[in-house]
Design a protein around this ligand. Structure first.
Ligand SMILES: Nc1nc2c(ncn2[C@@H]2O[C@H](COP(=O)(O)OP(=O)(O)O)[C@@H](O)[C@H]2O)c(=O)[nH]1
Ligand SMILES: [Mg+2]
Length: 405
């Protein structure tokens, strides 16, 4: 989409957790109410699961965003000064949903969705001061787009093109941003505790001191293990180095064979950290093609598939999400939730009434359901379990929530 001004720059669909099917377009908003639009965006945006693309300038973030979402936002070889992020809500492909559709052909299929956010470039060393820190904090997962392609016309802050150095320096920047937050909170907290000692204050100090000494060694918070109580106490900091991260290297055309073996460019065993490679320019060209022509081009470049499928699989894995399904009167829906979510919370994603009036969840695994041919048939064969509100939803569960209000 072509930017025509600061406010009318983007349009996107809001569709969180399936039930908020509102679609909103800023172009329909009178300019004087644009603040209201951004406020609505913020409310919905913060409730949706989102993966945020960020990185140094001119690394191919917007190119990747176009690849992932099918948007056609103009990419530029020079800095346009555009600061607004691009946002799109996209369906997450799931073959199980299609299979369920095959036994209920009359019902509409509603895939789960994921929000993708494409941020403007972060200048080297500026993460701690940038206004984008808040966008990064809101992300559920981060995709760090790394420059791997060579083109002297497109500037890069380092003289050489070095994915390894860029990954290391970006990791350091995330750690530094968290270090600054922890230090400033600890300073205040110590003053507060001098005035009045509280158990909560002491507990917070304890955990922040552990994090502080870990960050001081240059290590990301992802590497630490927390108890559920500690998790609760630090959640509001939204630490950047605690977020799952995918380093995705935009390789040069000559390095396309490395897409299958990105560990040859950068390898890591760190927790909740993954590495992938893609070739933005070529893949974008292939995306425009159809059928045989597309297959021929993929084969010519030695690509098995476009990287976006792998990207979706990888980010899903990193976010530790699972998918469950509901079969309604008119539609079959896939829902994305965090692993270890109890049935009552999952019910709330569908509708607050279902959470409020929760009685039982009728649950059958996708494979079982397919074996029996329908939810009803599975019930008759006693393959459907009745579960209470504390039941932990499993990947592939097909659920009917019984409720009464
Ligand atoms: N040679 C080459 N150029 C690319 C590749 N990916 C992106 N570019 C170019 O790099 C410039 C910046 O791309 P863009 O996606 O806007 O980067 P962003 O600033 O990180 O969002 C544009 O001119 C793109 O056409 C690639 O894989 N190879
Ligand atoms: Mg961009």
């Amino acid at each position: 989409m072509r930017g025509t001004g600061a406010v009318t720059d983007y349009t996107f669909m809001i569709n969180c957790h399936g039930n908020r099917d509102a679609s909103l377009s800023i172009s329909k908003f009178p300019r004087q109410y644009s603040f209201l639009f951004y406020f609505l965006v913020l409310i919905y945006y913060t409730e949706c699961m989102n993966f945020t693309l960020f990185g140094y300038p001119k690394t191919g973030k917007t190119t990747l965003f176009n690849l992932l979402t099918g948007a056609r936002i103009e990419t530029q070889a020079y800095d346009t000064g555009k600061k607004e992020p691009n946002l799109r809500t996209c369906p997450v492909p799931d073959w199980r949903l299609d299979k369920l559709g095959s036994i209920y052909p009359e019902k509409e299929l509603k895939p789960a969705t994921m929000d993708y956010v494409d941020l403007a470039g972060l200048s080297y060393g500026e993460i701690k001061t940038t206004a984008y820190l808040n966008y990064l904090r809101r992300a559920d997962g981060l995709a760090h787009v790394v420059r791997g392609f060579i083109n002297e016309q497109i500037p890069h802050f380092r003289k050489e093109i070095s994915p390894t150095k860029d990954i290391q320096s970006m990791e350091e920047e995330l750690v530094l941003a968290d270090f600054i937050s922890v230090e400033s909170r600890l300073e205040k907290l110590e003053k507060e505790l001098k005035r009045e000692k509280t158990l909560d204050g002491e507990k917070e100090k304890n955990i922040l001191e552990q994090i502080h000494s870990h960050l001081d060694k240059g290590e990301a918070i992802r590497e630490l293990q927390f108890t559920p109580d500690e998790e609760k106490r630090i959640r509001h900091f939204a630490f950047l180095s605690k977020k799952p991260i995918l380093h995705i290297i935009n390789v040069d055309e000559k390095d396309i064979p490395l897409i299958d073996t990105p560990e040859k460019i950068y390898s890591t065993q760190k927790k909740q950290t993954a590495v992938m490679a893609f070739c933005g320019e070529i893949e974008l060209e292939i995306l425009e093609l159809e059928g045989k022509e597309k297959e021929d081009f993929l084969a010519e470049f030695g690509l098995r598939e476009l990287s976006m499928n792998k990207f979706i699989r990888t980010t899903y894995g990193l976010l530790e999400t699972i998918t469950f399904f509901t079969i309604g009167k008119q539609e079959i829906k896939a829902w994305t939730i965090k692993k270890n979510t109890p049935a009552i919370t999952a019910a709330g994603y569908i509708h607050s009434d279902i959470e409020r009036g929760f009685i039982r969840a009728e649950v059958v695994l996708f494979e079982e359901l397919m074996k029996h041919g329908s939810f009803q048939a599975a019930k008759e064969k006693a393959a459907v379990r009745l579960e209470g509100k504390d039941y932990i939803i499993q990947d592939g569960d097909v659920i009917y929530f019984r409720f009464s209000i």
